[in-house]
Write a protein that binds this ligand. Sequence first.
Ligand code: GDP
Length: 296
Amino acid sequence: LTSFVGFSNLPQQWHQKSIQQGFDFNLLVVGESGLGKSTLLNTMFEVPVHNLDTPHTYDSESIQIQTTNIELEESGVKLRLNVIDTPGFGDNINNLDSWKVIMEEIDQRFDQYFEAEENLSVGLSGTAKDPRVHACLFFIEPSGHTMKPLDVVTMKKLHKKVNLVPVIAKSDTLTEEELAQFKHAVLSELEAQEIDFFTPPTYLNDDEETKGEVSELISNIPFAVVGSTSLVVNKEGNAVLGREYPWGVIEVHNSEHNDFLKLRSLLISGHLEDLRDNTKKLYERYRSEKLLKLDV
Ligand code: GDP
């Protein structure tokens, strides 16, 4: 099993200095407990981002923000991964305003950046510590019906401020047909509610293959994912990360079994820079609105 997370797969224009300094990736994770968030993160980053044995502790009355910082290194490239978790989301009876806590966190991080930018002595270069949220990985329960009102409300509140990446959690719990229908239902609802989600851009000088890959990614949103940190033996007799069932094995890294690799490409190995670029645009919008409010 080769270890490869994929963030060292940087665009060519990335210069040596950035590589030495490393860069930040601030990933906000939203979804009810039990949807496989910790498992998926640990699978994706190949380190225990969250300890799976100890349930997260939180005050059950409200949702909380918990940040985990991990420094990863791959082929000499350093990635400071900051996972911003939201334990308690959806766990209470009245939680329709859970989005407020999450929104405050996003705003606070924009404000931190704003202040640093104002205070030029801090010298924000392209690679200095960046507190802004670069992506929001949103876990949808594989109910097979529709999304929960809480999910819709939350996404509707957040989508203008963050690169939203909706995923169908634990997709192996649905049959192929149920999954296709559910994906369609989720996508229709996102469209009906006019909720924007992140789609990777294509560039003028992209070759046909790259353009094809990007449109393939986009056409599979919302990604249906499976996480597992356990090795199982597949039908070719190889040890792979997966989940074992009486009828066979679901392989994490097999695109015919689930969209894990597509998600990894979108978040890390293919489009990390696009996420960071679009974060700048989202921030610029926040900044102009803030300046309007401050009346300067
Ligand atoms: P979290 O509370 O959202 O962080 O969820 P966990 O990662 O702790 O997972 C909750 C339970 O779901 C555990 O028993 C996991 O083994 C299981 N689980 C995690 N990912 C998957 C998945 O992709 N498919 C299935 N069927 N179960 C999963």
